[in-house]
Design a protein around this ligand. Sequence first.
Ligand code: KG4
Ligand code: ZN
Length: 334
Amino acid sequence: MPVILGIESSCDDTSAAISVDGVIMSNVVANQSIHAAYGGVVPELASRVHQQNIIPAVQQALLNAKVSKNDIDAVAFTRGPGLLGSLLVGVSFAKAFALAQNLPLIEVNHMQAHVLAHFIDEPKPKFPFMCLTVSGGHTQIILVKDYFDMEIIGQTMDDAAGEAMDKTSKILGLPYPGGPLIDKHARLGNREAFKFPEPNIPAYDFSFSGLKTSILYFIRDNVAADPDFLTNRMDDICASVEYRIVTILLNKLKKAALAYGIKDIALAGGVSANTGLRQGLTELCQKMGWNCFIPQFQYCTDNAGMIAIAGHYKYLNNDFVGQNVAPLARMPFN
Ligand code: KG4
Ligand code: ZN
């Protein structure tokens, strides 16, 4: 009955979670609102706020799970990929805690953990399944053959889907992070109001930089013709942009799933909180007769619950690392 402490600090969320025998007993996330004023994550500030939040987050996670630090069997932490200064705080904490408590350390790849978040709740997907992981930093189609046997079959060649959401919202004058605000406006707008281009990218890869540029020119030209354009048409613009991003993602996912003959389809990463994407994927799966898996919202965005669950499966495999481990900003997938 392993008790795992999970630690996540790869970007701007400080998180600690406890899993007991593969069940998440607590998942505490401290968000950093400080970045809103800057229109994006400021790495120097992120690491400083992680430093402030990490101990209180761990204490709260222990309290919520009703677990003492002496009950813990191993410490799982995000080694990468992510912002180096942010990762350093979580990795250093995990090492110090493990040293003090004489515990083994488990390194976790943040992107694999987003996929493994599907093993927190029921129903769980069956291997092999396909996972579309969409976050502020990544856009990947992953063929998941086993817990730690995953193959990236498609990815973005430039911006990530969440980045496209956030950059669009910046162009529209909305605060960071803009994804949730685009979602809110899109619910009130007409997704057919404006047509944005779908890039012609081979195989299962993505590109969002051309879309960003076309939105920039579209807004510039329309605001020049009508200074009230943004105020009057915000809902329609957001609905049209979101619809384009969602169709780009789902068209590639459909193509990949058909090519590989996969029927269990999963969604992961912060952008999976998007209402249009969740609806679009649910409808696609119904139409194709596929099983659709979308985690609870708290396990979609960055969280330590997914790190603890990944740690649980690694613990069962006796997959530990030594005290000389260091973070990797660009951690390879396998
Ligand atoms: O996975 P995540 O929490 O952090 C990264 O690892 O990047 O993803 C954050 C991303 C941001 O780009 C944010 O704007 C986007 O997820 N996001 C959304 C929504 N909620 C979060 N995008 C669209 N609609 C949402 N409801
Ligand atoms: Zn993430």
